[in-house]
Ligand binder design. Structure first.
Ligand SMILES: [Fe+2]
Ligand SMILES: [Fe+2]
Length: 269
């Protein structure tokens, strides 16, 4: 079966583009399951229940979050009630939300996903390796296919997690840094890996935010509102082929859809 994993969806430009591109991409690539990191979906930081519903309606089966998870506190009601969205697995037990999520798909296959945060240049959290082990132990027997969102600042954190989990999960896919890396590979044991799958949002930006605002603050140290940018919106992620009998990945491919590509697909179906 084929899984599409989307990197951080940023602001309304990212949400709107995913809403228009995803149905087309799903059909063109015969995607069976879509997983997305949506920690930046509402105004660039956090996600509201309304945005969550929009993303689910757009065809996203499972949603992971990251360090921005509680920036829109309204999401805690969804985190408590809905079983398709999870919080980082290495947050403390008191943190609202589930440590992993499951989707029973129409093709009869169940896919699981969870997210862990890195610890380098980020707020201190529990051990991502131990948290991943605990999530896998809790998932035992529930899903053959497990996808892990490695939400980390440092590339080494993501490589370490991928090698810790190789042969035990279908894929370890990086998010949080918003810039796609060209290192997709299948690790020994059938684990697909890409250090960062890129963001779904405006690329004419500084990681999704207005260039003028971020640049002026970086130079002058005077704070400004880092509003979400608008130009050159792209969907970015990875497509992973998984053997549903074994839960092992057989292929990984980077996918980027920009506005021109989507317009072409819509003009020439
Ligand atoms: Fe992000
Ligand atoms: Fe993040």
């Amino acid at each position: 079966m084929r899984i599409l994993f989307l990197g951080d969806i940023v602001g309304s430009p990212g949400v709107e583009f995913v809403k228009s591109a995803l149905p087309v991409l799903r059909a063109r690539e015969n995607i069976d399951c879509v997983i997305a990191n949506a920690e930046n979906a509402s105004a660039g930081s956090g996600m509201t229940p309304r945005t969550y519903r929009q993303l689910r309606q757009a065809g996203i089966d499972l949603v992971t979050m990251g360090d921005h998870i509680y920036k829109k506190l309204e999401i805690t009601s969804v985190l408590g009630e809905d079983d398709r969205i999870c919080r980082p697995a290495n947050y403390p037990p008191e943190a609202p939300g589930r440590s992993f999520v499951l989707a029973a798909l129409p093709n009869g296959v169940t896919v699981a996903a969870f997210c862990v945060l890195g610890r380098t240049y980020m707020r201190p959290v529990d051990c991502p390796f131990k948290a991943a082990d605990a999530a896998l132990a809790a998932l035992a027997g529930q899903a053959k296919i497990v996808i892990v969102d490695a939400h980390a600042e440092a590339t080494a954190d993501k490589y370490l997690l991928a090698h810790h989990l190789k042969g035990r999960v279908a894929a370890v896919l990086g998010t949080h840094t918003h810039v796609p890396t060209a290192d997709e590979q299948i690790l020994p044991g059938g684990t697909a890996f890409q250090c960062d799958v890129g963001m779904c949002g405006p690329y004419d930006s500084i990681l999704g935010r207005r260039i003028d605002r971020v640049l002026s603050t970086a130079i002058s140290f005077v704070p400004s509102a880092f509003d979400v940018a608008t130009g050159d919106v792209r969907l970015s992620g990875a497509i992973i082929d998984v053997d549903d009998a074994t839960g092992k990945a057989t292929a990984i491919r980077r996918i980027i859809v920009d506005e021109r590509t989507l317009a072409h697909w819509n003009a020439v179906p």
